[in-house]
Design a binder for this molecule. Structure first.
Ligand SMILES: [Zn+2]
Ligand SMILES: [Zn+2]
Length: 146
């Protein structure tokens, strides 16, 4: 992780009253550097190679802290597993119904859609959103018979 990114990582933690720790840094780096949306167990296995004494419970606790700062997002998976995403730019998640791969799809809703959602939400103040898309990835897409 380069210095600029590391400074803003520290700043975001500080803004939310969270301490900077090496564990948080390692976990954030693991999730940010992949587009695979790892599960807590997968993060745990990789974090352990750098921090041999870390426990799965610590991973969960630190992921919750990162989520509360907006540094990570939980992605619900069709198989019920919880996956994590540290990508900061607005994007939606598309889950493959066959192999379960989660793909990032960059983009935002148009103003018309967004204002419609806001109308429906009534008194609920929306501060963020993301679409959960389901379908088949290029690997699993059923080949059309021609
Ligand atoms: Zn993502
Ligand atoms: Zn697939």
């Amino acid at each position: 992780m380069d210095d600029v990114k590391n400074t803003s990582f520290r700043n975001v933690l500080a803004e939310h009253g969270q301490r900077y720790t090496r564990q948080r840094d390692v976990i954030f780096s693991i999730v940010s550097k992949t587009s695979d949306h790892p599960t807590a167990e997968e993060i745990f296995l990789e974090a352990r190679t750098l921090l041999p004494s870390i426990s799965l419970a610590t991973i969960y606790k630190n992921l919750d802290a990162l989520i509360s700062c907006g540094l990570a997002k939980k992605v619900n998976h069709t198989d019920g597993s919880r996956r994590y995403c540290c990508r900061a730019d607005p994007h939606h998640h598309a889950t493959c119904l066959s192999c379960g791969a989660v793909t990032d799809i960059p983009g935002t809703l148009g103003d018309t859609e967004l204002s419609r959602v806001r109308n429906e939400a009534g008194d609920f103040e929306i501060v963020g959103y993301e679409l959960e898309l389901n379908g088949y990835c290029p690997k699993c897409k059923p080949h059309s018979i021609s």
